[in-house]
Design a protein. Sequence first.
Length: 440
Amino acid sequence: MNVKDIMKKAGIVGAGGAGFPSYAKIAEGADLLVVNGAECEPLFYTDYYLMLRQMPMILAGIQKVLEDTGIKNALFCVKEHSAKKLGYSDGEKLAQNIYLKVLPDVYPLGDEISLIYQATGRLIRPGNLPISKGVIVYNVETLYNLGLAVKKDASVTMKWLTIGGEVPQPFVVRVPVGTPIADIFAKYSITIPDGHVVLDGGPSMGKIINANRAVVTKTTKGILILPENTQSVQAKMLNGEKSIARAETACCQCTRCTDMCPRALLGYPLEPHKMVRTSPGAVKFNPQMVITATLCCGCGICESLACCQAISPKAVINEYKALLAKNKLRYTAKEDVEVSHERDWRMVPSSRWASVLGVAKYDVEPVFKGEDDGFDRVEINLRQHIGLASVPVVKDGDVVEKGDLIAESANGLSVPQYASISGTVTIEEGVKIIIDRVNK
């Protein structure tokens, strides 16, 4: 079976971010595989522990991609601090045609556009896909999952994640997909202090969740408990419409948000300082005025570090992104752009970024818990990925074993879902499949 079929059959999607079905990235014209081990978010050690303890399985996934696609080489990209702890050096050969690339400790090199340029010097045209420059990018855990599928015919039923922030001891653990966050907290005696929130994702790009309802998905990289008064959380609580109204009057047009924007420094025509002064009324009649908002990677540097007026260009841009999506508009360049000569001097050190977000004190290397599948209930969402929701092939009352197919891929961009524990099935509102373990 070729790599695309293996990826689709196993239900493999991007292990972080939006969850793009991994099989759909394989395309003609690729000549380089870039492995994203940057783990750019502060407090996360998920990929680090995978690289430390599961490198042979990760390399097996990489080798399968190279063998089946004809891509000649892979660059395994990690940040300098991880490379030192793992004992790797820049240019080191990890396996046949797989070489290590050490990245500087700056934020946000986990963004694939910045990652590709930093590692290879290839600059993706604004709005274009990496394949346009012959590059395919996969996350470390995505390739680990592919290695499992190749070596053990295993589908994606388990998820690695970091539990950190305001907890007695941060840890990395592997749990079943669909495990309720509340059950993880209960099992490990974690309580949410007053005045704190729970994030699914990192302090930069993660989202505030209801820990009593949320579950682990295929894209969950970590769960953090953070105080409401930290900069990282305050930024997530901003109201988009109010941010636009405030920005119109408070912005002093210092241009710092644009000067420090990682995408703007790559030459992208994204100018946050102009976005915040653009009339939302006019934009509703002419969305093309802000079409470059679709180039924003959402890193948050503009709102948490650059702005001297406590304005959130990111919140404004997110409102415009929603408007553009509604109108099915997206900026795509036909010509190359030129990287700013100031870029190297304006990148944000990772340690500085953690301090700006107010989370530096929580950056404690976690303990490794290994695999824990001792949970009695999972809720497996049928849409854990970009594209069409998976289609159930089970019905209420069915008894399934771990690894059984419970939902097949839809006719289009989609992947199947598998039981992550053994038990009895309940289908809820056609959006998720609940499995309750049968205790014997």
